[in-house]
Design a protein around this ligand. Sequence first.
Ligand code: FES
Ligand SMILES: [Fe+2]
Length: 349
Amino acid sequence: MTDHSLYLKNLWYLAFHSSFLKKGKLVGKEICGEKIVFGRDANGNAFALRDNCPHRGVPLSHGWFKNDTIQCCYHGWQFDTKGTCTGIPAMPPDATFDASKIKVFQYPLSEINDTVWVYIPEKKLPNVKPVLPPPNLVLNAEQKFKHVETVIMPADIDHSVIGLIDPAHVTFVHQSWYWRSAKKLKLKEKKFEPTAMGFKMVRHTPSANSKGYGILKGGTSTEITFDIPGVRTEHILVGQKNQVVSITCLTPLNDKQTELTHIFYTDIALANFLWLPLKRLGKQFIGQDLGVFNKLSEGLASKPTLSLIGDPDLQARWYYEIKRTWALAQQNNEPFVNPVKPQTLHWVT
Ligand code: FES
Ligand SMILES: [Fe+2]
């Protein structure tokens, strides 16, 4: 059984990079345990519908998509890209039945900087209006992400989020000779503040024991934001005019799998030369997380009691608190008030 409190609703989720959606092709994908069919019409506009034919429930993603018409593979019912039924082939010509009364639920969708976001509403009402805009991806409208990497984590959204905002595992999971060394562990002090939908580590100079930052010369500073449902944005400013935007998005597929997508942007010319090593480093990081998550899922199979202790785990506690507060606010139709207060945290990494 799916735990419905696991998924936050009335929020935007990353579906995939825009390049996944080709004109005339249907792509079925599960998000928050909901089956969704995505497509792109002849004008290039992306759309998302519930992936069940309202006739007998066959996934529409198994059907055909031609001339902006989706046709179910079972009895050939036809739908436009808004989900309105436009034809029932078996219906005799003298039937008075109005097919346009049949509708497939249409999800709000937004395409920003070459990424496709879908809004998952609590109630599947026709013409549902999102309660908030899609996330701020930092980039200008014309800028595109330079690299996209996707991996499926064998864990639910909660474990995946905690893994993403957990500072203490870095020393043990991401340790490598060119990144940092266990011998150089340091007491860190990080200032946190609430954001509209989460919290952020206030802009600061990156720690000197991360050699990864060493290549970025000229007054580097970074700000790391976490927003529900699972978007971690690292915004690095280099000197007066350059930036690096590194965003990790978590999309819960179901209660056992969460898709992690890393999107990366920089306007630093040097990065073009360092592209391959940078890419390899990013791949290695994600691979290390995946490795420890395979071990985690092995451990969680026996449903052990877990604990979140002290400052190193406080962000995980905040996540649960924000999650609870958001769900309650949606349920009661009240404004969301972020429970996180500004605070300085300490840990050794
Ligand atoms: S199930 Fe789709 S047309 Fe019958
Ligand atoms: Fe990690």
